[in-house]
Design a protein around this ligand. Structure first.
Ligand code: F6P
Length: 533
C-alpha cells in the first residue's frame, strides 16, 4: 500500500490543492464531526483516491483488531509485557475490564473516590498544613508526571477555584528554588508524582522540598502525598499510605493524567470538573471504538498525519492552538507523540520500513505568527500545520478580541493554501518600484502557498472538551503507531542518557577523573570545573 500511496502522491504532488474546492462539497466531505467538534482536513492535498489508499493502511495493519485488543486489556505493549489501559481510568460507567483474569475497574473507581475525598479535604481545609488551610500545592514530577497536569491546569484555569498550583520538574535547582520561594511551608502540600518513584530528577527535587519544609514544619512528611505504582518506595520516603494514590503498570507515564497523576488538577478544579474531564475523554473513546473509519476523528487525524509525514515526507508538524489556554498543549504532545512513535524498530524487531513519527512542535497563535510563521509561509520546507480554535473564549466581555483571534486563525490557513503569486506581489509594490527593482522587490513578497493545514474547531474549552481533545490525540498516536507497526507504549530511547548521567555524576563531583571519556566530554568537564562546577 505504501507504494500505491507514493505513486499517487507523485501524481498529485504538483497540483494546487486549492483547485480541489471546485468540488463544492469538499469542505464537508473532507471533515469529520464528533458531537460539536469539527476536524477539517480539506485544506490538504488528500483527494478521494488518496483517502481510499490511506484507509486501506488501517485494514492492512489490523488497526481495528489492535484497538479492540487495547480496550480489552490485552498486553499490546509487548516489549514490556503490559496492557495499555489508560482508557480504564475514564471508563466511569463502563463495564468490567480484565487484566490477567482480574477486573481492574473496582480498583480504578475506588482510587478515584479516594482522590476526590482527599482533593475535597484539601480544598475545604479539612486537610490542613501545620500553619492552617493549604494555600499552595507543589507537584513534583517530570515527563508524563508533569506535562499532563501542567497542560491541563493551565487549560482549565477558568475553572480553577482551589489552592494555587505549582509544578517542579527540572533537576536544575533554579526550578525548585523558584517555586518554593513563592510558598509558605506551613500551608503547602507537596505531591510527589512518579510512576516508578525512582526518577532521579523527581526524587532529588522531592528531597529538596522535604528539607525545605523540615526547616519550619515539625512533621514535613505529613504535608506530602505520593502518586505512584511503587507503594514500597513511597513508604520508604515516609509518606503515609492514606496519602498515597497508586496505579498499575498498564498506565503509561505519558498517558497517566486521567488517574492519580491528575491529583493536582483535581485539587485545582474540584472533583466534579475532573470527572467531567474524564467523561469527555470517555466520549472520545466511545467514538473511536464505534465510528466508521471515514467518520472516525482519531483515525482520520492519524491518516492525515501519515499522509504528510510518511507519504509526502514532511518531517515535522506544527500544532498551533488559537486558544491561549492550550499554551502547553504542544509541549504535552511532544512527549505523547514523540516518546510514543519516535522508534526505528517495528514490533517484530525489524528496522522500520517507513519514517518513524514526526517532530512535533508549536506555540499558541497569534504569538507564533510574530515568531516562526515566516518560515512556515516562505521557507523552503513544507510544515503541515494543525490549528485548534474555539468559537468562544472565557472572557465574554472581550468577545471582540476573541473574534480577532479567530480571524487570525482562519486567515493563516487560507494564506497557507492560497499564497500570493508574482503578479499579485508586483501589484503590491508597483507604486514604489519599477523595472528590475520592481521584479526583485516583488519576488520577496511571493508566498508559494499550497501548504497544507488542518483545523480542529470546537465551541469552548471546558473540562469535557479538554478531555475529548487529549483523548483524540492519544488515539491518533495509537493509530499512527499501529499503522507503522511501532510499539507506541515503551520508551527505551530515554534509557542511555539516564545511564550515562549516573556514570558521569562522580566525574562532575570530582570524585572520579574523566579518564576514559571521549575528548569532548572530558574537555567540557575541565572547562566547567575551571569556572566553578
Ligand atoms: O524518561 C522517560 C520517562 O520514563 C517518561 O516516560 C515518564 O513520563 C517520565 O520518565 C517520568 O517517570 P516517572 O513517573 O516514573 O517518574
Amino acid at each position: 500500500m505504501w507504494n500505491s500511496l507514493k505513486s499517487h502522491h507523485d501524481k498529485v504532488a504538483d497540483r494546487r490543492f486549492e483547485t480541489l474546492f471546485e468540488d463544492a462539497g469538499r469542505a464537508q466531505d473532507f471533515s469529520v464531526a464528533m458531537g460539536d467538534m469539527l476536524f477539517d482536513y480539506s485544506k490538504t492535498n488528500i483527494d478521494s483516491e488518496g483517502r481510499e489508499l490511506l484507509l486501506k493502511l488501517l485494514d492492512e495493519a489490523g488497526v481495528a483488531e489492535r484497538r479492540d485488543a487495547m480496550f480489552r486489556g490485552d498486553k499490546i505493549n509487548e516489549t514490556e509485557g503490559r496492557a495499555v489501559l489508560h482508557t480504564a481510568l475514564r471508563n466511569l460507567d463502563g463495564g468490567p475490564i480484565e487484566v490477567d483474569g482480574k477486573d481492574v475497574m473496582p480498583g480504578v473507581l475506588d482510587t478515584l473516590d479516594r482522590m476526590e475525598a482527599f482533593a475535597e479535604d484539601v480544598r475545604s481545609g479539612a486537610f490542613a498544613g501545620q500553619g492552617g488551610k493549604i494555600t499552595d500545592v507543589v507537584n513534583i514530577g517530570i515527563g508524563g508526571s508533569d506535562l499532563g497536569p501542567v497542560m491541563a491546569t493551565l487549560a482549565l484555569a477558568p475553572y480553577h477555584d482551589g489552592p494555587r498550583t505549582h509544578f517542579v520538574s527540572n533537576v536544575d535547582p533554579a526550578d525548585v528554588a523558584a517555586v518554593l520561594r513563592q510558598c509558605d511551608p506551613a500551608t503547602t502540600l507537596v505531591i510527589v508524582a512518579s510512576k516508578t518513584f525512582t526518577t532521579i530528577e523527581t526524587m532529588t527535587n522531592a528531597r529538596t522540598a522535604k528539607a525545605w519544609m523540615s526547616e519550619t514544619v515539625s512533621d514535613p512528611a505529613a504535608q506530602f502525598a505520593a502518586l505512584s505504582t511503587a507503594a514500597d518506595k513511597t513508604a520508604d520516603f515516609g509518606i503515609d499510605p492514606s496519602r498515597v494514590f497508586g496505579f498499575e503498570d498498564w498506565v503509561g507515564g505519558r498517558y497517566s493524567m486521567w488517574g492519580p497523576i491528575g491529583l493536582s488538577v483535581m485539587i485545582a478544579i474540584g472533583g466534579d470538573a475532573f470527572r467531567a474531564f474524564l467523561r469527555g475523554a470517555q466520549e472520545m473513546d466511545r467514538h473511536f471504538k464505534a465510528a466508521d473509519w471515514t467518520e472516525n476523528m482519531p483515525a482520520m487525524l492519524a491518516l492525515v498525519g501519515i499522509w504528510h509525514n510518511q507519504v509526502c515526507g514532511h518531517a515535522t508538524r506544527a500544532v498551533l492552538p488559537y486558544d491561549n489556554l492550550l499554551m502547553r498543549l504542544p509541549a504535552y504532545l511532544q512527549q505523547l507523540e514523540m516518546e510514543s512513535n519516535g522508534k526505528g524498530v517495528s514490533m517484530d524487531g525489524e528496522d522500520l520500513a517507513t519514517d518513524s513519527g514526526p517532530v512535533v512542535w508549536g506555540e499558541p497563535g497569534t504569538n507564533g505568527q510574530h515568531a516562526f510563521y515566516q518560515l512556515i509561509h516562505q521557507g523552503t520546507r513544507v510544515i503541515p500545520c494543525e490549528f485548534l480554535v474555539a468559537a468562544e473564549g472565557h472572557e465574554s466581555d472581550l468577545h471582540h478580541q476573541h473574534q480577532l483571534l479567530v480571524a487570525n486563525c482562519l486567515a493563516q490557513s487560507e494564506a497557507l493554501m492560497k499564497g500570493r503569486d508574482l503578479d499579485e506581489a508586483r501589484g503590491k509594490v508597483a507604486d514604489k518600484f519599477e523595472g528590475d527593482e520592481l521584479e526583485r522587490q516583488a519576488k520577496h513578497r511571493v508566498f508559494p502557498g499550497n501548504r497544507p493545514s488542518t483545523t480542529l474547531a470546537y465551541p469552548q474549552l471546558d473540562p469535557a472538551m479538554l478531555g475529548r481533545i487529549v483523548a483524540l490525540y492519544e488515539h491518533r498516536v495509537f493509530v499512527e503507531g499501529a499503522v507503522l507497526g511501532i510499539n507506541s507504549y515503551d520508551q527505551w530511547g530515554v534509557e542511555l542518557g539516564k545511564e550515562l548521567a549516573t556514570a558521569l555524576q562522580p566525574v562532575v563531583e570530582g570524585k572520579e577523573t574523566a579518564d576514559g571519556k571521549d575528548g569532548s566530554t572530558a574537555g567540557l568537564v575541565t572547562f566547567l570545573k575551571k569556572y566553578g562546577l
